[in-house]
Design a protein around this ligand. Structure first.
Ligand code: B12
Ligand code: SF4
Length: 469
């Protein structure tokens, strides 16, 4: 069968700006490709790099796929639907499939006349069975983990148990061979590959869907499987798509040691909880020796009571101690912080001040968003003020603000003045020194593009006007 997998690009200004600097390989689609190859002919089309809607339409017309699959975040869900509508407009016999985080946590929103099948959670084995049965002309009711859209009604099949990570095939990176040199993660690293190492988290934060998606479990791969995949990756920089990479001390030490011994010369980035860093400084040390260069740490808030409000079990004390350990090991910390929509100017100022006290190498700010599949969504669904999923990108307010909208977004943009702090400038210098002149120009252009969008975020709201000044 001819199968077209599409990495969507949302049309919104924020996401378009993001794709210029944050453009990671479509790992989920590479997994799906591996699931059905070599028995089927698979093409992966990355809309961020290979052209927009017209080019996608031409590709569909020219290649005439029998199956089209796509997926994305909530803020990309409208674009996903449009991809599948384009496929159906070409030929209604094409089997259209949507998966990924939005399809998993808002399955009912994917009841759409141009979507045949919705894949809930892990997709590798579901997609393989789907394609096999479609080829034979058989029904899909027996395949666990799906929602089948028929005549305006959605039927759920049995739930699918999570796959152990070592049972998954390695992602098929040859599907992106032509564009791989364009993948990167802003300042962190160009020529960057993604790799799945663990899945799940011990945290139960109310704004995060990840822990419930893994059924509260922490899944991990073996050292042998990790090494085998690592050796096949050409890129020098690898980012682990975990929720929290180093929870398993014994495994983490063994993997770091094996990587160091192999002398692969790779650099690594991974997300870590502050309390993991604090409890396991020896693991950080071992990973720094193995090439760990960057982490993302959810600092989130400046006060313990605000962290507790979000069921975050790390504390301000953990955050302070974690930053010290990371700095001692020369590991850069990208700290993720969020502004609550109901923040006052003083609360904005306090969080920014805290970022400076902590000396977060690369501060990243977001707007607290009650994303589907979270406890926060359940708590706040009656207070939503913005229902257009295009704006659910963690940068627009979808809950009521206390400040007028323009003031809120002014304060939001002003927070990024932290990037002029000497310790952030040092981070920029370290990272830009690893780039070619051309990459530096592209990166700086991209970052300036973000600035323009950030200055006018309020203009994107059609539904919510905010309180009067
Ligand atoms: C790594 C990661 C990133 C990376 C890379 C992201 C990327 N898309 O390129 C970085 C750090 C850059 C990032 C950025 C962002 N992220 Co992010 N990210 C993650 C994380 C931790 C892991 C995702 C991952 O790669 N998993 C591994 C792959 C293999 O699994 P998968 O994508 O789930 O795919 C499997 C199944 O879903 C399914 N599947 C997926 N697609 C399809 C399609 C079909 C047809 C089928 C059948 C099946 C299927 O099969 C796949 C294989 O099993 C998740 C947390 C999570 N638990 O998902 C958050 C997460 C997805 N990110 C999130 C968000 C909000 C963002 C940002 C919008 C934040 C921002 N404003 O900057 C950006 C947007 C990036 C973008 N879309 O371009 C949210 C999304 C919530 C939502 N409902 O929208 C999550 C869930 C984090 C959270 N806890 O809230 N992210
Ligand atoms: S610590 Fe991070 S990954 Fe874990 S539940 Fe909280 S937000 Fe999610």
């Amino acid at each position: 069968m001819r199968i077209l997998l599409v990495r969507v690009a949302a049309d919104t200004r924020y996401m378009q700006a993001m794709y210029k600097v944050v453009r990671m390989e479509p790992l989920s689609l590479e997994y799906l490709g591996a699931a059905v190859r070599p028995h089927h002919d698979v093409k992966l089309f990355d809309m961020r790099l290979e052209g927009g809607w017209d080019e996608l339409r031409r590709t569909i017309e020219k290649w005439n796929p029998q199956v089209v699959g796509t997926g994305g975040d909530t803020c990309e869900s409208r674009a996903c639907k449009r991809v599948l509508s384009l496929a159906k407009a070409h030929d209604r016999r094409i089997l259209t499939v949507m998966g990924g985080i939005h399809a998993t946590t808002m399955t009912e929103d994917c009841l759409h006349p141009d979507i045949d099948v919705v894949c809930v959670n892990e997709g590798v084995f579901a997609f393989r069975s789907l394609v096999e049965r479609f080829e034979k002309g058989e029904g899909f009711e027996e395949i666990p983990g799906l929602a089948l859209n028929r005549d305006g009604v959605q039927h759920r099949t049995a739930p699918r148990p999570l796959a152990e990570l070592d049972t998954l095939p390695f992602p098929d990176r040859s599907l992106t061979a032509d564009v791989r040199n364009k993948y990167g993660f802003s300042l962190w690293g160009k020529h960057l590959a993604l790799m799945r190492y663990t899945q799940g988290c011990v945290g139960r934060c109310d704004f995060c869907p990840s822990w419930s998606l893994s059924g509260g479990r922490y899944l991990r791969r073996t050292v042998d499987s990790m090494l085998a995949e690592l050796q096949a990756i050409q890129e020098p920089y690898i980012y682990f798509v975990c929720e929290e990479s180093l929870l398993d001390t014994k495994l983490s030490l063994a993997l770091a040691e094996a990587i160091r011994k192999q002398g692969l010369g790779k650099r690594f980035g991974m997300p870590l909880r502050a309390d993991t860093v604090v409890k396991k400084p020896q693991v950080i040390e071992a990973w720094a020796a193995a090439g760990l260069e960057d982490t993302i740490v959810g600092i989130e808030q400046a006060e313990d009571d605000q962290l507790q409000d979000r069921d975050k079990t790390t504390s301000v004390k953990d955050n302070i101690a974690a930053l010290k350990i990371l700095k001692a090991n020369h590991v850069n910390c990208t700290g993720s912080m969020f502004f609550r929509p109901d923040f006052t100017q003083d609360q904005f100022d306090r969080l920014v001040e805290h970022t400076i006290e902590l000396q977060v190498d690369c501060p990243q700010y977001f707007v607290l968003t009650p994303i589907p599949g979270t406890k926060l969504y359940d708590k706040s669904r009656d207070s939503l003020v913005e229902h257009d999923f295009d704006l659910w990108d963690f940068n627009h307010c979808v809950l009521p603000t206390r400040m007028p909208l323009t003031k809120f977004y002014d304060a939001y943009m002003t927070a990024y003045a932290t990037h002029l702090q000497p310790f952030v400038v040092e981070f920029y210098k370290r990272k830009l020194a690893q780039m070619t002149a051309e990459e530096t120009d592209e990166e700086m252009d991209g970052l300036m593009g973000f600035r323009e969008v950030f200055g006018t975020l309020h203009e994107d709201h059609k539904e919510y006007a905010g309180p009067q000044a």
